[in-house]
Every structure is written in structure tokens, then in C-alpha cells.
Design a protein around this ligand. Structure first.
Ligand code: NAD
Ligand code: TYD
Length: 398
């Protein structure tokens, strides 16, 4: 069996740095079929004290809930969130008591490197999962500066804190949560793979692409143990109601107009959030440093078709007449630079880490519809204040 110490990393020659950083971790060989198996047996990730940034937002909340119920994880979670309009401690009200001594919440901005460094020291952080971001494309078009600040500078700040805190080769990991939008837009054919070039087209996707590049640069330059996941459009419980799926469900429940941008024939690849967070956990356990992994539902739907399906599911759940809900659909002015189609090739995470999607679109959406119907206090809280201001700003003159 070849020694892992002498095996070389499978990176196409042209992508190898001319002067790679000194070897500080496991190196993997080209073409060795045993490569992943051996690697995975040999990686001793700590995964004891995990800092989850943005853990009061949609995907972070789902990740924390999922991880705390995962029998393979017995460590601590430190949730670091600035509580912007999208962060909500009401999403985790039961968790501090139920998991006393294992779950901590700290209100902090990821751009504050010293604070992050202090938290890392205080809690002995060995793993960072960076969910914190400004995440809404429409907001990035109206106010791009927050996106540059949080998504680019914030990621840089976390990378710096990690570089200062961690000695090489000790089982640490920095995981950057990213999006398929960094790859740009597709025509009617083809899918994005991890080898697709980055070609972002909105301030949001450009800021996420920049953050990914910084993370990759820290891996190559400083040997910081970094992995990246690029996920497609998520839906599920606790999503801030400005995004398509919860916006449509809540508007249907209140018989408000359902605003479709342009012709509604833009295609998105939809994934139920639970499938996404399970993928992230697999990467934390077994993912290879320096690698990116696509995580997508493999379910492509035009927006208009998705909204029709939601009309059916809301009708089934509430007894409303589906046709009445469909009549609420209005076509409004399109988003500038609207990406036409996203599609993800997720072969790598399936083959190499054994990930599988568990939810069909219908099953995931039905669960989501039910969750929004059953959680009116959460929805009412989220749909006050900043949400109302945003609805006015984004839809007022459309
Ligand atoms: P979200 O907007 O619901 O949550 C973001 C969280 O980050 C909020 O709790 C917010 O308070 C926090 N935050 C924002 N700025 C911060 C700062 N400066 N310091 C600390 N905390 C801050 O977003 P989400 O949908 O949960 O997305 C999480 C991550 O996943 C993001 O990085 C996003 O780009 C990525 N992603 C999202 C999707 C999707 O469909 N939602 C798809 C792919 C990738
Ligand atoms: P969104 O949930 O904002 O995610 P993203 O822009 O990151 O893909 O939007 C999903 C799709 O739905 C996108 O093509 C834009 C479209 N959309 C509408 O047609 N109407 C709306 O009111 C919103 C919020 C989105």
C-alpha cells in the first residue's frame, strides 16, 4: 500500500502552484484508486469545537439542529452571528437549554478579526464553518457594499483569525459555504462541475466568488486546511421570507399577489436544506483539503412551474382552491442581469463521499409548506420591520 506521505495531490499540472506551500498535511496521489479510502481513514479531523458563523440564519440554523442530533458528533458548537435582519434567535429557542454545555451563542461580526480570534482562543475552536453572509441577490443589486463588506472582507477576516490561531497539520478545518451562482449562468444545456470556471454576474455572486478565491488562496499559500461547498438553491424551514419559496407560500396564505420576475422561465436547481447540511457534514468528516464539492438537488424547475407546484401543495394543505391561488400570479419587471439557468453536476460528492439526496422536490416542498403554516409566530416576527421596508423597496415600483 503506498504511503500517504509520498502520494501526490491529484491536481491537473497546469493548476499546480509553481512554488507550492511547504507540505503540511496529507498529500494524495494521482490515479490511485485507494486514494480516498486511505485518505479518509487517515484524516483525523478534530471536529470538537466547531464555530458556526451565521448560525442564526436559514441554513446555519438547520445545520446546527441537524448536527446536535447527529450521534457521531459529541462536541460543542459556538454560533457566531451578527444578527442582521436575516438572523433570528427565535429559530433556536429550545437549543441552549436542551444542549447546555454544548451550544453557545455569541453576537459578533465576522469582520471583527480580533473578536473572532479571541472567541477561537476562548473555545479552542478547531473547525470553522462559514455560513455568515449577505445572501439575497436582489438586495445586492440595490446595496452592493454590504456584500463586499461581509462576504469578502468577512471571509478574509475569518481566514486571518484561523491562520493566526492554528498550527499546521493538527486536524483543523475551515469550511467555506458557497453557492452555484459563482459559476454564472447556463443556456439550455449542460451543468456546472467543480472544474467549471467562475463567472459570477451579480454583486452577490461576485462577492461569494471572491470569498472562495480567498479561501483557496489561503490553502495554497499558507497551507490552511480549507474545503468549499457550492450548493444550489435551498428551501425549507426557517428561510427568511424574502426568498422565492417562503415568499410565495406566505403570500398565498394571505391571498397576496405572487410576483414572478420576467417570464418566469428561469431555471433553478432546488435542494431541500436538510440534504445540503448532511452534505456539509460529510465534507467536514471526509472531504479533502483544498477541494470544492458541488451539492445540488438535481431537480431543475422553471420558476413558474415551481410556483404552480406550490399552489397545488398549499391548496392541498389548506383546502383552498388551486385555481384561485394561481390567479394571484403576476409577472413583474425582471431582475437586472437575471441568471437564466443553474444546473449542478454533483457526481463528485456522490462518488467520493457517498452523499445522496433524500428529498424529492414534492416531498421537500410539502414539508416546507406545512412548516410555514404551523409556525405563524416565527413568520410574523420575520415579516415585521425590515421585511416590510424591503417589500416596499423591491416590489413597490416594479
Ligand atoms: P441567511 O441570509 O438566511 O443567513 C445569513 C446569516 O449570516 C444571518 O443569520 C446573519 O445575521 C448572519 N450574518 C450576516 N452578516 C454577518 C456578519 N458580518 N457577521 C456575522 N454574521 C453575519 O443566509 P442562508 O440562506 O442561511 O445562507 C447561508 C450561506 O449559504 C451563505 O453564505 C450563502 O451565500 C450560502 N448559500 C445559500 C444558498 C441558499 O439558497 N440560501 C444557496 C447556496 C449557498
Ligand atoms: P431567490 O430565492 O432570490 O434565489 P436566487 O436569486 O439566489 O436564485 O430567487 C429564486 C428565483 O426566483 C430567481 O430566478 C428569482 C426568482 N424570483 C421571482 O421570480 N420573484 C420573486 O419575488 C423572488 C424573490 C425571486
Amino acid at each position: 500500500m503506498p504511503s500517504l506521505e509520498i502520494i501526490k495531490r491529484r491536481i491537473p499540472l497546469q493548476n499546480r502552484p509553481l512554488h507550492p506551500a511547504p507540505y503540511r498535511g496529507i498529500i494524495i496521489t494521482a490515479g490511485d484508486n485507494l486514494r480516498l479510502k486511505e485518505m479518509n481513514l487517515n484524516i483525523k479531523r478534530r471536529l470538537h469545537n466547531i464555530m458556526v458563523t451565521g448560525g442564526a440564519g436559514f441554513i446555519g440554523v438547520n445545520f446546527i439542529r441537524n448536527l446536535l442530533s447527529n450521534r457521531k458528533f459529541s462536541g460543542r458548537i459556538v454560533n457566531v452571528d451578527a444578527l442582521t435582519y436575516a438572523g433570528n434567535t427565535m429559530s433556536l429557542p429550545d437549543v441552549p437549554e436542551k444542549h447546555e454545555g454544548r451550544y453557545f451563542f455569541l453576537k459578533a461580526d465576522i469582520c471583527d478579526t480580533e473578536r473572532i480570534y479571541g472567541i477561537m482562543k476562548d473555545f479552542g475552536i478547531d473547525t470553522i464553518i462559514n455560513f455568515a453572509a449577505q445572501s439575497h441577490v436582489d438586495r445586492s443589486i440595490i446595496n452592493p457594499s454590504d456584500f463586499v463588506g461581509t462576504n469578502i472582507f468577512g471571509t478574509f477576516s475569518l481566514l486571518e483569525a484561523a491562520r493566526k490561531s492554528w498550527k499546521p497539520g493538527r486536524g483543523y478545518l475551515f469550511h467555506q459555504v458557497s453557492t452555484d451562482e459563482v459559476y454564472g449562468t447556463l443556456g439550455s444545456e449542460g451543468s456546472f462541475s467543480e472544474a467549471s470556471p467562475y463567472s459570477p454576474r451579480s454583486p452577490y455572486s461576485a462577492s461569494k466568488a471572491s470569498a472562495d478565491l480567498l479561501a483557496k488562496a489561503y490553502y495554497h499559500t499558507y497551507g490552511l486546511p480549507v474545503t468549499i461547498s457550492n450548493s444550489s438553491n435551498n428551501y425549507g424551514p426557517y428561510q427568511f421570507p424574502e426568498k422565492l419559496v417562503p415568499l410565495m407560500i406566505n403570500n398565498m396564505l394571505e391571498r397576496k399577489p405572487l410576483p414572478i420576475y420576467g417570464d418566469g422561465k428561469q431555471v433553478r436547481d432546488w435542494i431541500y436544506v436538510e440534504d445540503h447540511v448532511r452534505g456539509i457534514w460529510l465534507i467536514l468528516e471526509k472531504g479533502i483539503e483544498g477541494e470544492s464539492y458541488n451539492i445540488g438537488g438535481g431537480i431543475e424547475h422553471e420558476n413558474i412551474r415551481l410556483v404552480h407546484l406550490l399552489c397545488r401543495l398549499v391548496a392541498e394543505e389548506t383546502g383552498a382552491v388551486e385555481k384561485d391561488l394561481r390567479e394571484l400570479i403576476i409577472h413583474v419587471k425582471d431582475r437586472p442581469g437575471h441568471d437564466r439557468r443553474y444546473s449542478m453536476d454533483c457526481g463528485k460528492i456522490i462518488r467520493e463521499l457517498g452523499w445522496q439526496r433524500m428529498y424529492t422536490l414534492k416531498k421537500g416542498l410539502a414539508k416546507t409548506v406545512k412548516w410555514y403554516i404551523d409556525n405563524t409566530p416565527w413568520v410574523e416576527n420575520a415579516r415585521s420591520g425590515e421585511y416590510l421596508r424591503w417589500v416596499d423597496e423591491n416590489y413597490g415600483n416594479r
